[in-house]
Design a protein around this ligand. Structure first.
Ligand SMILES: Nc1ncnc2c1ncn2[C@@H]1O[C@H](COP(=O)(O)OP(=O)(O)OP(=O)(O)O)[C@@H](O)[C@H]1O
Ligand SMILES: [Mg+2]
Length: 462
């Protein structure tokens, strides 16, 4: 297939300019032209050229104004200014407003080509750097498993030992203890690190859809299956699949999963072809699997197969010595993220935080520190803790009244009031049951699945 040429837009009222450039550079680039600023801007947003050659002096909208408008579009479009004699002042001004280069008229096409190459190369490097930076950021956000207590050190040692093996790892622990961080570490510390990491929350996907989601389906397999779709297992080929809340996998799917665990092959829903995958399986649960085994909601053979390596993450209240370290870590993280001034917490606050029981574990601690940083106030958040400790009802979630008052739409106002009430009630139920989500669901008289869905939707405890 022929590679698509890079688009360069020439904005100049003199048609000779774009004609010369098309003749000279048309073989290597796709040269577009516009005769004035207005037409030029429209073409920038429609055709999305990588580079614009822009004349400074034009009738109608001046080059400098066009430049400013292009830059305000927030796209990675580079601009080279074309200037006639005696326009030095404008040249300086245009560089200030974000132009990458300027070329004096009349120009030599070869010279223009060199400028274009250098600007495009710089732009490519800049984008590559941005990409690397954001990747690095995403990694560092996930991978740091903070904790120096004995049990955490042991866990870190096992992670390092087994990360690069093909052993199936089961991660257990209460909500918010860091199971997902561990799953990601197992991936990034393995030879599969450049492959995909695919997460599936088995509890949050409706039962009827889970099989199709995991294994994919063939066109026509069921109503609505308009085309063949690969499942998450196929997406995770050469990488890792993280099956979160594995204890909630419906029994009828467990045997299919077992087959994948044993033979690394399966069929899509409605398919007849066996599909092979090369993927590492990591599972997590906060359920009591031994109890599930007794109750018959999890297959015994699957249970033993998953149990090859088990990592038990301790609840935060069992490793209180790590709390100051975690506080420091989150203070640094959020002061940096929100550009706030760093203030260490007072020793009395640290003591209070260290004595709290943390039903929502590290996630809850992280959330509290984040609020302290954002509000720049220790006290507000401490009051919340004290209220929790006293086991009174949880605080009502404030319903951003200012923005709501702007709207008289009955539907919107009622909708957001209901959502706020729902969020507050769910938060109360979770606090009352020490974040035992099954008990909370019972209390709220809703299904466990819809509770998980709502926790996610309202970002409760995050
Ligand atoms: N040891 C730790 N060090 C640093 N951050 C942590 C640690 N444990 C948890 N966190 C943070 O707490 C939050 C919750 O962690 P994570 O999502 O891994 O929990 P989880 O065990 O998967 O919870 P759930 O069962 O609710 O899914 C994340 O923001 C994570 O970064
Ligand atoms: Mg999780």
């Amino acid at each position: 297939m022929e590679k698509e040429k890079i688009k360069i837009l020439v904005i100049d009222d003199d048609p000779k300019v774009s004609w010369i450039l098309s003749e000279g550079l048309g073989d290597s680039y796709d040269i577009l032209s516009a005769k004035d600023g207005l037409e030029g801007l429209q073409m920038v947003s429609k055709a999305r050229p990588e580079l614009v050659l822009l004349d400074i002096k034009m009738p109608g909208m001046e080059g400098l104004e066009v430049l400013e408008k292009i830059k305000s579009m927030n796209r990675p479009t580079e601009v080279i200014m074309l200037s006639g004699h005696g326009e030095t002042k404008n040249v300086v001004e245009s560089i200030k407003r974000g132009a990458s280069e300027f070329i004096n008229k009349p120009f030599d096409v070869k010279e223009v080509e060199l400028h274009i190459q250098s600007v495009l190369e710089k732009n490519r490097l800049k984008q590559e750097l941005d990409h690397l930076r954001s990747e690095l950021k995403a990694k560092s956000q996930h991978e740091e498993l903070i904790g120096d207590c004995l049990s955490m050190l042991q866990i870190k040692a096992v992670i390092e030992q087994v990360a690069d093996s093909e052993l199936t790892v089961l991660i257990r622990g209460e909500s918010g203890t860091g199971k997902e961080i561990v799953a990601r570490m197992l991936h990034t510390l393995s030879a599969r690190k450049n492959g995909p990491f695919v997460k599936v929350n088995c509890a949050a996907i409706p039962r009827e859809l889970l099989e199709a989601e995991l294994f994919g389906y063939e066109k026509g397999a069921f109503t609505g299956a308009h085309k063949t779709k690969p499942g998450r297992f196929e997406m995770a080929n050469k990488g890792t699949i993280f099956l979160d809340e594995i204890g909630d996998m419906p029994l009828e799917l467990q045997s299919k999963l077992l087959q994948v665990l044993e033979q690394y092959e399966f069929m899509r829903v409605g398919g007849i072809k066996t599909i092979k995958v090369d993927t590492r399986i990591v599972c997590a649960t906060n359920r009591d699997l031994e109890k599930a085994l007794k109750e018959g909601t999890i297959r015994e053979d699957l249970f033993y197969r998953l149990n090859e390596v088990t990592l038990n993450l301790p609840p935060l209240r069992e490793r209180r010595e790590d709390i100051p370290l975690l506080i420091e870590h989150f203070l640094q993280k959020y002061t940096r993220l929100y550009n706030k001034k760093y203030h260490p917490l007072s020793s009395s606050t640290i003591e209070l935080l260290q004595n709290f029981d943390w039903p929502g574990n590290v996630r809850q601690l992280e959330n509290i520190i984040k609020q302290m940083v954002v509000r720049e106030d220790e006290k507000v958040v401490l009051d919340t803790i004290k209220r929790h400790s006293a086991d009174s009802t949880s605080p009502r979630i404030s319903t951003d009244s200012a923005s709501q008052m702007d709207s008289f739409s009955l539907k919107k106002r009622v909708g957001s009031a209901v959502a706020a009430e729902e969020k507050a009630l769910i938060t109360q139920a979770l606090n009352k049951t020490n974040w035992n989500r099954r008990k909370a669901a019972k209390l709220l008289e809703i299904s466990y699945r819809s509770l998980l869905y709502k926790i996610k939707e309202y970002q409760i405890g995050q």
